[in-house]
Design a protein around this ligand. Structure first.
Ligand code: HEM
Length: 237
């Protein structure tokens, strides 16, 4: 089944509902968020870069995991029912780029933290930090792999579909690296962070296995067609 788009006549209602939803969330949370931020700045100003870096780390992880999940939903064609393919592909690409940008901010903010001073070179070079170098290194590798994957979106025509696809599979390495990094380097792993890593990994593994099962299901049909072609070409036929 293919999605044929929403009716233009309901656009006003849809945008209206979105505006009301955003208004309710902002109205309900913004005042206390601003108050808490003010208190934090007044009492723990020196900790702001570190806390912000952790916050950006989780948002980056969520967006990157979302991009992987989105890609798997695209390749399993599960999204075709609810959205146009060119739009979903663009969204997948945008999520990956935004996730990469957020991960960059997450890493860069550590340069402003005075508790554990980290130079720009230590931030950029995998395994070069003084703080948990192995686990932080996995995150740095995840970042650079994601950077290559995002760059490949923009040179897809030039490098060809096959090379692009091979590069694209590296996304899974980036996801595994980012998960190991968060688990091993993160302060919040022992608390609620653990549940975020578990939920994201479960979803990715489930869709990955589903994708592989789908490709095996398609194979007998291809295999059944192949001998006919070969038999027709063989001298014995
Ligand atoms: C794809 C890239 C990355 C993702 C998705 C990511 C995500 C995360 C997450 C979710 C945490 C856990 C935060 C917490 O528990 O509070 C974390 C921690 C950390 N990340 Fe990253 N990260 C990435 C790349 C990097 C890079 C490039 C650096 C550069 C040095 C870095 C340095 C750190 C450090 C030092 C911590 C420990 C912070 C703490 O004390 O909790 N990460 N990261």
């Amino acid at each position: 089944m293919k999605f044929r788009g929403f009716s233009a006549r309901t656009a006003f209602v849809r945008w209206g509902l979105a505006a009301v939803g955003i208004g309710i969330v902002l109205g309900g949370t913004a005042p206390s968020a601003i108050r808490l931020l003010g208190e934090l700045l007044a009492t723990h100003a020196g900790m702001v870069p570190w806390i912000s870096s952790r916050l950006f780390g989780f948002i980056a992880y969520g967006v990157l995991a979302g991009s992987v999940v989105y890609g798997l939903l695209l390749s399993t064609k599960l999204l075709d029912v609810i959205a146009h393919r060119p739009i979903t592909f663009t969204l997948h690409q945008d999520l990956a780029s935004v996730g990469l940008g957020l991960a960059g901010i997450h890493g860069a903010l550590l340069g402003l933290d005075r508790t554990v001073p980290t130079s720009l070179v230590q931030i950029a070079v995998p395994f070069a930090t003084d703080y948990r170098p192995l686990w932080v290194g996995f995150g740095q590798l995840a970042f650079w792999i994601a950077a290559v994957v995002v760059a490949s979106f923009y040179v897809r025509r030039r490098i060809g579909q096959r090379a692009w696809r091979v590069l694209h599979y590296a996304t899974f390495l980036s996801f595994v690296g980012a998960t190991a990094h968060g688990l091993g380097a993160g302060t919040d792993t022992a608390g609620w962070g653990w549940w975020i890593y578990l939920a994201a990994t479960d979803l990715v593994v489930f869709l990955f296995v589903y994708r592989i099962a789908m490709s095996f299901r398609g194979r007998p049909r291809q295999a059944a067609r192949a001998p006919v072609g070969r038999a027709a070409e063989s001298p014995a036929a």
